[in-house]
Design a binder for this molecule. Structure first.
Ligand SMILES: [Zn+2]
Length: 330
Protein backbone atom coordinates (compact mmCIF):
# COMPACT_ATOMS: atom_id res chain seq x y z
CA UNK A 1 0.00 0.00 0.00
CA UNK A 2 2.85 2.32 0.80
CA UNK A 3 4.04 2.06 -2.76
CA UNK A 4 0.77 3.45 -3.96
CA UNK A 5 1.15 6.34 -1.60
CA UNK A 6 4.58 6.96 -2.97
CA UNK A 7 3.70 6.51 -6.57
CA UNK A 8 3.00 10.17 -7.13
CA UNK A 9 6.29 11.09 -5.55
CA UNK A 10 8.07 8.38 -7.49
CA UNK A 11 6.77 9.66 -10.79
CA UNK A 12 7.68 13.21 -9.89
CA UNK A 13 11.14 12.20 -8.85
CA UNK A 14 11.61 9.91 -11.81
CA UNK A 15 10.96 12.95 -13.95
CA UNK A 16 13.54 14.82 -11.93
CA UNK A 17 16.29 12.25 -12.31
CA UNK A 18 15.56 11.07 -15.83
CA UNK A 19 12.88 10.54 -18.43
CA UNK A 20 9.89 8.73 -16.96
CA UNK A 21 9.79 6.25 -19.80
CA UNK A 22 13.51 5.46 -19.79
CA UNK A 23 15.19 3.55 -17.02
CA UNK A 24 18.44 5.50 -17.14
CA UNK A 25 18.60 7.99 -14.30
CA UNK A 26 20.73 11.04 -14.93
CA UNK A 27 24.30 9.96 -14.16
CA UNK A 28 24.96 13.33 -12.55
CA UNK A 29 21.78 14.55 -10.91
CA UNK A 30 21.20 18.26 -11.04
CA UNK A 31 22.28 20.00 -7.85
CA UNK A 32 20.04 22.25 -5.88
CA UNK A 33 16.98 21.87 -3.71
CA UNK A 34 14.19 19.54 -4.70
CA UNK A 35 10.55 19.92 -3.84
CA UNK A 36 9.70 18.39 -0.51
CA UNK A 37 7.46 15.35 -0.83
CA UNK A 38 3.93 15.71 0.46
CA UNK A 39 3.47 14.42 3.97
CA UNK A 40 2.68 10.74 3.94
CA UNK A 41 0.24 9.57 6.57
CA UNK A 42 0.85 6.41 8.50
CA UNK A 43 4.63 6.40 8.35
CA UNK A 44 6.46 5.30 11.44
CA UNK A 45 8.52 8.29 12.49
CA UNK A 46 12.25 7.96 12.90
CA UNK A 47 12.98 6.77 16.37
CA UNK A 48 15.28 8.88 18.44
CA UNK A 49 16.91 6.91 19.80
CA UNK A 50 16.29 3.65 17.99
CA UNK A 51 13.76 1.42 19.77
CA UNK A 52 15.22 -1.55 21.60
CA UNK A 53 15.75 -4.49 19.32
CA UNK A 54 14.05 -7.71 20.30
CA UNK A 55 16.23 -10.75 19.74
CA UNK A 56 14.95 -13.41 17.35
CA UNK A 57 13.19 -16.28 19.10
CA UNK A 58 15.75 -18.45 20.84
CA UNK A 59 18.63 -16.19 19.98
CA UNK A 60 20.79 -14.57 22.58
CA UNK A 61 21.38 -10.85 22.07
CA UNK A 62 24.34 -10.35 19.80
CA UNK A 63 24.36 -13.99 18.71
CA UNK A 64 23.30 -13.24 15.14
CA UNK A 65 26.85 -12.54 14.05
CA UNK A 66 27.82 -16.10 14.82
CA UNK A 67 24.91 -17.74 13.01
CA UNK A 68 26.04 -20.60 10.83
CA UNK A 69 24.93 -20.83 7.23
CA UNK A 70 25.84 -19.90 3.70
CA UNK A 71 26.17 -16.19 4.36
CA UNK A 72 28.96 -14.52 2.49
CA UNK A 73 30.36 -11.22 3.59
CA UNK A 74 29.75 -8.37 1.22
CA UNK A 75 33.38 -7.35 1.27
CA UNK A 76 34.12 -5.57 -1.93
CA UNK A 77 30.74 -3.85 -2.27
CA UNK A 78 31.28 -0.67 -0.28
CA UNK A 79 33.21 2.54 -0.87
CA UNK A 80 32.63 2.75 -4.60
CA UNK A 81 31.18 5.61 -6.58
CA UNK A 82 27.58 5.34 -7.75
CA UNK A 83 26.88 2.29 -9.91
CA UNK A 84 24.11 2.04 -12.51
CA UNK A 85 24.73 -1.17 -14.43
CA UNK A 86 24.64 0.23 -17.94
CA UNK A 87 28.04 -1.25 -18.68
CA UNK A 88 26.83 -4.80 -18.15
CA UNK A 89 28.70 -7.24 -20.35
CA UNK A 90 26.42 -10.26 -20.40
CA UNK A 91 25.95 -10.05 -16.65
CA UNK A 92 22.70 -9.40 -14.83
CA UNK A 93 22.09 -8.79 -11.14
CA UNK A 94 18.71 -8.76 -9.44
CA UNK A 95 17.87 -6.28 -6.69
CA UNK A 96 14.77 -6.23 -4.49
CA UNK A 97 13.67 -3.08 -2.67
CA UNK A 98 11.31 -2.12 0.16
CA UNK A 99 11.21 -5.40 2.13
CA UNK A 100 11.46 -7.59 3.95
CA UNK A 101 7.81 -8.43 3.63
CA UNK A 102 5.73 -11.55 3.99
CA UNK A 103 4.76 -13.63 2.16
CA UNK A 104 6.42 -12.18 -0.91
CA UNK A 105 10.03 -12.11 0.31
CA UNK A 106 9.86 -15.80 1.21
CA UNK A 107 8.60 -16.62 -2.29
CA UNK A 108 11.37 -14.54 -3.86
CA UNK A 109 13.97 -16.34 -1.74
CA UNK A 110 12.58 -19.73 -2.79
CA UNK A 111 12.77 -18.83 -6.49
CA UNK A 112 16.34 -17.55 -6.17
CA UNK A 113 17.36 -20.70 -4.28
CA UNK A 114 15.77 -22.99 -6.86
CA UNK A 115 17.92 -21.41 -9.56
CA UNK A 116 21.01 -20.78 -7.39
CA UNK A 117 20.87 -17.08 -8.25
CA UNK A 118 22.32 -14.45 -5.91
CA UNK A 119 20.58 -11.11 -5.34
CA UNK A 120 20.68 -7.94 -3.28
CA UNK A 121 17.88 -6.87 -0.93
CA UNK A 122 17.65 -3.17 -0.12
CA UNK A 123 15.71 -3.12 3.12
CA UNK A 124 13.68 -0.40 4.80
CA UNK A 125 14.92 -0.09 8.38
CA UNK A 126 11.61 0.63 10.09
CA UNK A 127 10.30 -2.74 8.91
CA UNK A 128 12.84 -4.34 11.24
CA UNK A 129 11.79 -2.40 14.32
CA UNK A 130 8.93 -2.65 16.73
CA UNK A 131 6.91 -5.39 18.32
CA UNK A 132 5.45 -6.77 15.08
CA UNK A 133 8.79 -7.04 13.32
CA UNK A 134 9.93 -10.47 14.54
CA UNK A 135 9.15 -12.34 11.34
CA UNK A 136 10.71 -9.62 9.18
CA UNK A 137 13.84 -9.68 11.31
CA UNK A 138 13.98 -13.44 10.82
CA UNK A 139 13.58 -12.90 7.08
CA UNK A 140 16.63 -10.64 7.13
CA UNK A 141 18.63 -13.47 8.68
CA UNK A 142 17.29 -15.89 6.06
CA UNK A 143 18.29 -13.54 3.24
CA UNK A 144 21.77 -13.28 4.69
CA UNK A 145 22.13 -17.02 5.27
CA UNK A 146 21.15 -17.69 1.67
CA UNK A 147 24.22 -15.75 0.55
CA UNK A 148 22.46 -12.63 -0.73
CA UNK A 149 23.70 -9.13 -0.12
CA UNK A 150 21.72 -6.74 2.06
CA UNK A 151 21.70 -3.03 1.35
CA UNK A 152 20.31 0.05 3.07
CA UNK A 153 17.12 1.55 1.61
CA UNK A 154 16.76 4.22 4.33
CA UNK A 155 14.69 4.05 7.49
CA UNK A 156 11.31 5.30 6.27
CA UNK A 157 11.67 5.63 2.48
CA UNK A 158 11.80 9.40 2.03
CA UNK A 159 13.33 11.24 -0.90
CA UNK A 160 16.79 11.81 0.59
CA UNK A 161 17.65 15.00 -1.36
CA UNK A 162 14.64 16.77 0.17
CA UNK A 163 15.80 16.20 3.75
CA UNK A 164 18.05 18.26 5.96
CA UNK A 165 21.54 16.88 6.35
CA UNK A 166 20.76 15.79 9.88
CA UNK A 167 17.55 14.00 8.87
CA UNK A 168 19.38 12.34 6.00
CA UNK A 169 22.03 11.04 8.38
CA UNK A 170 19.37 9.65 10.71
CA UNK A 171 17.57 7.90 7.84
CA UNK A 172 20.79 6.19 6.79
CA UNK A 173 22.41 5.58 10.14
CA UNK A 174 19.33 4.10 11.82
CA UNK A 175 19.10 1.41 9.14
CA UNK A 176 22.84 0.75 9.31
CA UNK A 177 22.45 0.28 13.03
CA UNK A 178 19.45 -2.04 13.05
CA UNK A 179 20.89 -4.31 10.33
CA UNK A 180 24.14 -4.50 12.26
CA UNK A 181 22.24 -5.37 15.43
CA UNK A 182 20.53 -8.27 13.67
CA UNK A 183 23.31 -9.59 11.44
CA UNK A 184 26.42 -8.44 13.23
CA UNK A 185 27.54 -6.18 10.39
CA UNK A 186 26.06 -3.14 8.67
CA UNK A 187 25.23 -2.89 4.95
CA UNK A 188 27.89 -1.55 2.60
CA UNK A 189 25.53 -0.41 -0.15
CA UNK A 190 22.57 1.94 -0.27
CA UNK A 191 19.84 2.45 -2.79
CA UNK A 192 18.24 5.86 -2.40
CA UNK A 193 14.43 5.63 -2.36
CA UNK A 194 13.01 6.42 -5.83
CA UNK A 195 16.60 6.54 -7.11
CA UNK A 196 16.52 10.16 -5.95
CA UNK A 197 20.00 11.35 -5.20
CA UNK A 198 22.04 14.54 -5.16
CA UNK A 199 25.65 15.58 -4.66
CA UNK A 200 24.92 15.97 -0.94
CA UNK A 201 23.48 12.47 -0.73
CA UNK A 202 26.46 11.09 -2.62
CA UNK A 203 28.87 12.94 -0.34
CA UNK A 204 27.20 11.55 2.78
CA UNK A 205 27.32 8.02 1.39
CA UNK A 206 31.00 8.47 0.60
CA UNK A 207 31.61 9.58 4.21
CA UNK A 208 29.79 6.47 5.45
CA UNK A 209 31.66 4.16 3.07
CA UNK A 210 28.44 3.17 1.33
CA UNK A 211 28.24 2.45 -2.38
CA UNK A 212 25.23 4.09 -4.02
CA UNK A 213 23.39 1.61 -6.23
CA UNK A 214 20.90 2.79 -8.85
CA UNK A 215 19.72 0.50 -11.69
CA UNK A 216 19.73 0.10 -15.44
CA UNK A 217 16.52 -1.92 -15.81
CA UNK A 218 13.43 -0.69 -13.99
CA UNK A 219 10.86 -3.48 -14.14
CA UNK A 220 8.14 -1.08 -12.94
CA UNK A 221 6.75 -4.05 -11.05
CA UNK A 222 4.90 -1.64 -8.78
CA UNK A 223 2.67 -0.68 -11.70
CA UNK A 224 1.31 -4.06 -12.71
CA UNK A 225 -0.52 -6.90 -10.98
CA UNK A 226 -0.04 -8.98 -14.16
CA UNK A 227 2.73 -11.48 -13.38
CA UNK A 228 2.71 -13.08 -16.85
CA UNK A 229 3.17 -9.72 -18.49
CA UNK A 230 5.89 -8.75 -16.04
CA UNK A 231 7.73 -12.02 -16.70
CA UNK A 232 7.73 -11.49 -20.45
CA UNK A 233 8.72 -7.83 -20.28
CA UNK A 234 11.59 -8.31 -17.84
CA UNK A 235 13.24 -11.14 -19.74
CA UNK A 236 12.92 -9.19 -22.99
CA UNK A 237 14.61 -6.17 -21.38
CA UNK A 238 17.45 -8.28 -19.98
CA UNK A 239 17.96 -9.86 -23.41
CA UNK A 240 17.86 -6.52 -25.21
CA UNK A 241 20.33 -4.86 -22.86
CA UNK A 242 22.65 -7.83 -22.41
CA UNK A 243 22.10 -7.68 -18.65
CA UNK A 244 22.35 -4.90 -16.09
CA UNK A 245 21.13 -4.05 -12.60
CA UNK A 246 17.46 -5.00 -12.39
CA UNK A 247 15.12 -3.20 -10.00
CA UNK A 248 12.34 -5.24 -8.40
CA UNK A 249 10.32 -4.90 -5.19
CA UNK A 250 10.04 -8.00 -3.02
CA UNK A 251 6.92 -6.45 -1.48
CA UNK A 252 4.98 -7.01 -4.71
CA UNK A 253 2.85 -10.08 -5.32
CA UNK A 254 3.33 -9.93 -9.09
CA UNK A 255 7.09 -9.97 -8.61
CA UNK A 256 7.03 -12.96 -6.29
CA UNK A 257 4.71 -14.77 -8.71
CA UNK A 258 6.69 -13.89 -11.83
CA UNK A 259 10.21 -14.53 -10.55
CA UNK A 260 10.33 -18.35 -10.99
CA UNK A 261 9.25 -17.88 -14.61
CA UNK A 262 11.70 -15.05 -15.16
CA UNK A 263 14.59 -17.19 -13.94
CA UNK A 264 13.38 -20.14 -16.02
CA UNK A 265 13.07 -17.95 -19.11
CA UNK A 266 16.52 -16.50 -18.49
CA UNK A 267 17.86 -20.03 -18.45
CA UNK A 268 16.06 -20.84 -21.70
CA UNK A 269 17.44 -17.66 -23.25
CA UNK A 270 20.93 -18.61 -22.13
CA UNK A 271 20.63 -22.13 -23.50
CA UNK A 272 19.62 -20.65 -26.83
CA UNK A 273 22.62 -18.30 -26.71
CA UNK A 274 24.99 -21.13 -25.83
CA UNK A 275 23.48 -23.11 -28.70
CA UNK A 276 24.37 -20.28 -31.06
CA UNK A 277 27.90 -20.08 -29.67
CA UNK A 278 27.15 -16.84 -27.80
CA UNK A 279 27.94 -15.94 -24.20
CA UNK A 280 25.08 -16.45 -21.74
CA UNK A 281 23.81 -13.52 -19.67
CA UNK A 282 24.84 -14.80 -16.27
CA UNK A 283 22.86 -13.86 -13.15
CA UNK A 284 25.54 -12.73 -10.73
CA UNK A 285 26.11 -10.92 -7.47
CA UNK A 286 26.19 -7.13 -7.39
CA UNK A 287 29.97 -7.37 -6.89
CA UNK A 288 30.45 -7.55 -10.66
CA UNK A 289 29.03 -4.06 -11.14
CA UNK A 290 31.12 -2.21 -8.58
CA UNK A 291 33.45 0.34 -10.14
CA UNK A 292 36.31 2.40 -8.80
CA UNK A 293 36.21 5.27 -11.22
CA UNK A 294 35.92 3.51 -14.56
CA UNK A 295 37.71 0.39 -13.38
CA UNK A 296 35.80 -2.73 -12.34
CA UNK A 297 36.76 -3.89 -8.86
CA UNK A 298 38.13 -7.42 -8.48
CA UNK A 299 35.43 -9.87 -7.43
CA UNK A 300 35.99 -11.80 -4.16
CA UNK A 301 37.00 -15.44 -4.81
CA UNK A 302 33.91 -16.93 -3.16
CA UNK A 303 31.68 -14.77 -5.33
CA UNK A 304 33.55 -15.75 -8.49
CA UNK A 305 33.30 -19.40 -7.44
CA UNK A 306 29.53 -19.10 -7.15
CA UNK A 307 29.30 -17.65 -10.67
CA UNK A 308 31.50 -20.43 -12.02
CA UNK A 309 29.25 -22.97 -10.33
CA UNK A 310 26.16 -21.42 -11.91
CA UNK A 311 27.76 -21.39 -15.36
CA UNK A 312 28.81 -25.03 -15.14
CA UNK A 313 25.35 -26.05 -13.96
CA UNK A 314 23.78 -24.01 -16.76
CA UNK A 315 25.78 -25.84 -19.42
CA UNK A 316 24.74 -29.12 -17.85
CA UNK A 317 21.05 -28.16 -17.71
CA UNK A 318 21.11 -26.91 -21.30
CA UNK A 319 22.60 -30.23 -22.40
CA UNK A 320 19.80 -32.08 -20.64
CA UNK A 321 17.25 -29.68 -22.05
CA UNK A 322 18.42 -30.36 -25.60
CA UNK A 323 17.67 -28.17 -28.56
CA UNK A 324 14.37 -26.38 -28.45
CA UNK A 325 13.36 -25.46 -31.99
CA UNK A 326 12.23 -21.90 -32.19
CA UNK A 327 12.94 -21.24 -28.55
CA UNK A 328 14.95 -18.16 -28.03
CA UNK A 329 13.68 -17.37 -24.56
CA UNK A 330 12.25 -14.02 -25.61
ZN1 LIG B 1 11.89 1.78 -2.50
Amino acid sequence: MRNHLFLGIAVTLAAAVGPATAERPAPVPPPGPRPAPPPTPGLVPLPAPLPPVEPAPGAAPGAAAALPGAAITDDGLGRSGTIFGFDAANLVTFTFDDGPHEPTTTKVLAALAAHDVPATFFVVGKRLAGRSSERRRQLLVEIDRAGHAIGNHSWSHPALPALSEKAREREIDATQQIVEEILGRPPTTLRPPFGATSPKVAALLARRGLTEVIWSIDTKDYLTPDAARLRKAVVARIAARGGGIVLFHDTKKATATALPGILADLEALNCARLGRGEEPILPVSLHYFVRDGAAPRPVPPEVAARTARYRAALVERCTQRGPAPGEDGR
